[in-house]
Write a protein that binds this ligand. Structure first.
Ligand code: NAP
Length: 342
């Protein structure tokens, strides 16, 4: 068999402000791989099928001296994100040709891996599309599940406010809150997302770009649980609208990822209303929840009890644009790159 193209997406320079496709990341299709003959040294070759584009990738586009909870991308090396691939050749007895693996994948059409470090074999018993395993049944869904289960202390009849409710994290949070019997107020940045949030049970769904968050919370609050994906001004409004004893789940603060955060003015309510505020990083919490997550969420997705939306873009060459679109909030739903057919 002749060598096969092995295109990749490289980290090229640290962005100042928003990432710039073609500058901060570049698509390179000059490499090839000989799938039959490549030296595996006991490892295996993964053909990449789908890759996830997540907000946190912006945080990895930094200089290595800046410390954070995930390593910086390396200039000149492929990006890495969650993905699903299929094993096309293996010398590792733990991994068979045809197995599907989920975990951190390099942004390459094919990658050689030694073992299952940062990967796991996915059985897909419910025959879901592979993209689902990087969305509602992947890291994003896991984030919603662990954060809500561990920190919401939800009680039937309470009120939750969920931000970026049209995305993969927020939309699962809305559905978990409804399953727990809460009234849900949810915000997102487009009317299409508002429609989706209503369809999955949000009692009050609004477009924060055209409707005042402050007014909505005044009218429909107070809130007992705040799921924060955005930080900034919205967090300030949530602090004002919080009930005594409300739980703030600090999952993300995307309003500050590219242009820096803004000062929060209403933090005094943390003590005066006895609020609890928990931040978390999914990968630190997930191992404890792994088995219950995979035992419940894929089945509920397959039965239609849990709904999701996704925006699938074909081609590794589109990664740069899709990263930017997620940072700008132009993505319509969970952003997925389809790299190849199974
Ligand atoms: N703690 C963890 O371990 C963990 C893990 C995964 C994700 N997260 C966080 O969870 C949040 C949601 O992630 P996701 O994967 O579900 O994202 P997503 O919804 O697929 O995409 C990000 C969304 O953020 C919104 N956004 C962008 N810029 C914004 C701004 N300036 N102000 C307000 N909203 C803005 C946009 O939605 P709108 O249309 O609503 O504006 C955009 O579509 C992010 O903050 C992410 O960092 C945290």
């Amino acid at each position: 068999m002749s060598p096969t193209r092995n295109a990749r997406v490289l980290f090229n320079s640290v962005p100042t402000g928003f990432p710039e496709p073609g500058k901060t990341t570049v698509y390179d299709d000059t490499k090839t791989i000989d799938i039959e003959k490549a030296n595996l040294s006991g490892g295996f070759i993964v053909k990449t099928l789908v890759l996830s584009v997540d907000p946190y990738l912006r945080g990895r586009m930094r200089s290595p001296e800046v410390k954070s909870y995930v390593p910086a991308f390396v200039i000149g090396e492929p990006l890495v994100s969650h993905g699903v691939g299929v094993v096309v050749r293996s010398e590792n007895p733990a991994v068979k040709k045809g197995d599907h693996v989920y975990g951190f994948l390099s942004h390459e059409e094919y990658s050689i891996r030694k073992n299952l470090e940062k990967l796991e074999i996915i059985k897909n018993e419910h025959n879901l599309p592979w993209s689902v395993y990087v969305g509602v049944a992947g890291m994003a869904g896991q984030t919603a599940y662990v954060g809500w289960t561990k920190y919401s202390k939800a009680k039937k009849g309470e009120t939750a406010f969920v931000t970026t409710g049209g995305g993969p994290v927020g939309s699962l949070v809305i559905q978990l809150a409804k399953l727990d019997g809460l009234k849900v107020i949810a915000s997102a940045g487009s009317d299409e997302k508002v429609k989706f949030m209503k369809s999955i049970g949000a009692d009050v769904a609004f477009n924060y770009k055209t409707t005042s968050t402050e007014e909505v919370l005044k009218k429909n609050g107070p809130i007992d649980v705040y799921w924060d994906n955005v930080g900034g001004e919205t967090l300030d409004h949530a602090l004002v609208a919080a009930n005594v004893g409300a739980r703030f789940i600090e999952c993300g603060m995307i309003s500050g990822y590219n242009e820096g955060g803004r000062p929060i003015h209403n933090l005094e309510f943390v003590f005066s209303k006895s609020l609890s505020m928990n931040g978390f990083i999914v990968m630190n919490l997930f191992p404890k929840f792994h088995n219950e997550f995979y035992a419940t969420i894929p089945a509920k997705v397959a039965s239609g009890e849990i709904k999701y939306t996704e925006e699938v873009t074909s081609g590794l060459d589109k990664v740069g644009e899709v990263i930017l679109s997620v940072q700008k909030g132009l993505n319509k739903a969970k952003a997925v790159i389809k790299v190849a057919n199974d």
